[in-house]
Ligand binder design. Sequence first.
Ligand SMILES: Nc1ncnc2c1ncn2[C@@H]1O[C@H](COP(=O)(O)OP(=O)(O)O)[C@@H](O)[C@H]1O
Ligand SMILES: Cc1ncc(C[n+]2csc(CCOP(=O)(O)OP(=O)(O)O)c2C)c(N)n1
Ligand SMILES: [Mg+2]
Length: 311
Amino acid sequence: MNNLEKEIISLLEKKHKFIGDDCAVFDDFVITTDSLVEHVHFDLNISTPYQVGVKTVCANLSDIAAMGAKPEYFLTSLSLPPACPFFIEGFLQGIEETLSRFNVELIGGDTTGSKTFVFINAVAIGKVINKPVFRSGAKVGDKIYLAGVPGYSAIGYYLIKNNIEIKDPNYAYAVKKHLEPLPQVEEGIIIGKNNLATAMIDISDGLSKEIGEICRLSGTGCILYSQLFKLPEIDLFEEKDLLNYFLHSGEEYILLFTSPLEEDEITEFLPEAYVIGEITDEREVLLEVGYSLVKLKDLTYNHFDNRKGLY
Ligand SMILES: Nc1ncnc2c1ncn2[C@@H]1O[C@H](COP(=O)(O)OP(=O)(O)O)[C@@H](O)[C@H]1O
Ligand SMILES: Cc1ncc(C[n+]2csc(CCOP(=O)(O)OP(=O)(O)O)c2C)c(N)n1
Ligand SMILES: [Mg+2]
């Protein structure tokens, strides 16, 4: 999280005890909301309305997955400028197709005009499987796991923005990952059902920030070991750039979790998951590169500051 966003959320966290996780929990349910704003989360000369619909579902279902819960219901609200009626059909198709992929029911929403851009908000509701997996449960000595390879979303954005078209399945994957990401719903359910994680979060802002959130809320620190990272395979970039994409790319919607279990016990359930580090009591987020330990810098997307990051 970045400064102003961080300040607002920590003010809210102090006053409201249920704020601070991927979802709020009530009875046996979890609930989340996320907004997508034109020119912030998407540009209509890059994304089709269908793809914006897919991303809207993904952002919200990913938060449900990050609680180890099963998504069940969805609401979506849309504010459209006068020149945009064309948006609705494709957008709703993206919403409906993605929801039906995960057996989630659309149960409501709202539609208004907008004097400026397209604004979208959605709400997703899920059912707790065993118990919710919070961001705050990491324990010293736990291993840190990733359920996929982050980096491709920001790479895809770079390729599109720079009109780089290379016929290679990994390049195509990066572009698709940016435009039409899918949430790790199955993985979230497996983690919840089998009590695999002590803490979990999804990567919407970037691995570097999300691991910081797990540590902050768990009262711990961590060390990430760069030699364990599975970097994106895109030959346009040098290793140091791939490392930055891995650490700071947002909108990845990959599950990041901690667990006392060994890697082979985790891969029995989640073949794609792998260890990237461990939880420590030092209260610092450190990265081991070569033989040195460095503090993680922040190149993630910043909503309130135009400093030079990945985007
Ligand atoms: N304007 C707001 N009012 C109330 N709670 C908020 C607001 N903005 C963020 N939050 C809460 O702060 C926490 C952190 O938000 P965020 O980092 O955006 O989570 P996520 O990445 O899951 O969307 C969440 O629990 C979220 O519900
Ligand atoms: C036009 C455009 N610029 C930049 C991005 C990249 N981007 C926008 S917001 C964001 C961070 C994630 O969004 P946020 O609303 O903070 O997600 P949350 O953590 O609330 O789920 C990223 C990486 C994009 N998708 N499109
Ligand atoms: Mg948010």
